[in-house]
Design a protein around this ligand. Structure first.
Ligand SMILES: *[C@@H]1O[C@H](CO)[C@@H](O)[C@H](O)[C@H]1NC(C)=O
Ligand SMILES: CC(=O)N[C@H]1CO[C@H](CO)[C@@H](O)[C@@H]1O
Length: 200
């Protein structure tokens, strides 16, 4: 390859990575994914996205698809801890209406957890449309849990939990909706970067 051309094409691929938005402490792939998520979803904050993904060490070496799977796994951990919290709340609850709603939520979060398991399967086989449908269904379960309390006229004790859960799902949802070219772009950047580091 013509050396000039190769310098040009390298800078073309690398420029977005070196742009001023970048926080040096945030790995490029996480930064890019989270900026895209925050741009495309009004419910999602960049900081929430970065903090969540960075809590998993594998994130910094993952590709975009891998980050989507990590977000779903975080949502599953959240669902699991929410289920534990609901069980504790049920032990100490006397109000019939709150108990009924909590019991519904117990089922809804268990369903959401299994639904997310399916979404990972489809994510990994690159069937993003199916993956997307399962993630949306899991988010709907969390919303249905919230509406249950509203309908009973009681304040939901799970505001924080559902908020975290829905945002984690939203990260995966945005990633699963990105056009396939973005996945290619990301893997191309990673391969160029790894070449650079190996050559140096
Ligand atoms: C949720 O799913 C994960 C992964 O499939 C599993 O490890 C976890 O035990 C499940 N949580 C509950 C409460 O069933
Ligand atoms: C218990 C648990 O897993 N909670 C987490 C839910 O997700 C948020 C956002 O990633 C975390 O901050 C919580 O620790």
């Amino acid at each position: 390859m013509n050396p000039l051309f190769s310098v040009f094409s390298l800078s073309f691929w690398l420029l977005p990575l070196l742009s001023s938005h970048n926080n040096v402490f945030v790995s490029n792939i996480i930064d890019r994914a989270c900026r895209t998520c925050a741009e495309r979803s009004p419910h999602l904050s960049y900081n929430f996205c970065v903090t969540s993904l960075q809590s998993v060490p594998e994130s910094s070496s993952a590709d975009l698809q891998g980050l989507g799977v990590i977000a779903v796994q975080l949502a599953q951990e959240n669902a699991t801890s929410t289920i534990a919290k609901i069980k504790t709340l049920l032990e100490n609850e006397d109000d019939q209406r709150t108990m009924a709603s909590l019991n519904d939520c117990l089922e809804l979060y268990s369903d959401a957890n299994s639904t997310l398991k399916n979404s990972i399967r489809y994510f990994e086989s690159e069937d993003y449309i199916s993956s997307n449908a399962y993630i949306s269904a899991a988010m709907e379960s969390a919303s249905t849990c919230n509406s249950g309390f509203e309908e009973e006229g009681v304040v939901t004790p799970l505001t924080k939990e559902s908020d975290n859960f829905i945002q984690l799902c939203e990260i995966a949802l945005v990633i699963s909706k990105l056009p396939p070219s973005v996945f290619l772009y990301a893997s191309r950047v990673i391969s160029i970067l790894s070449h650079l580091f190996i050559q140096k």
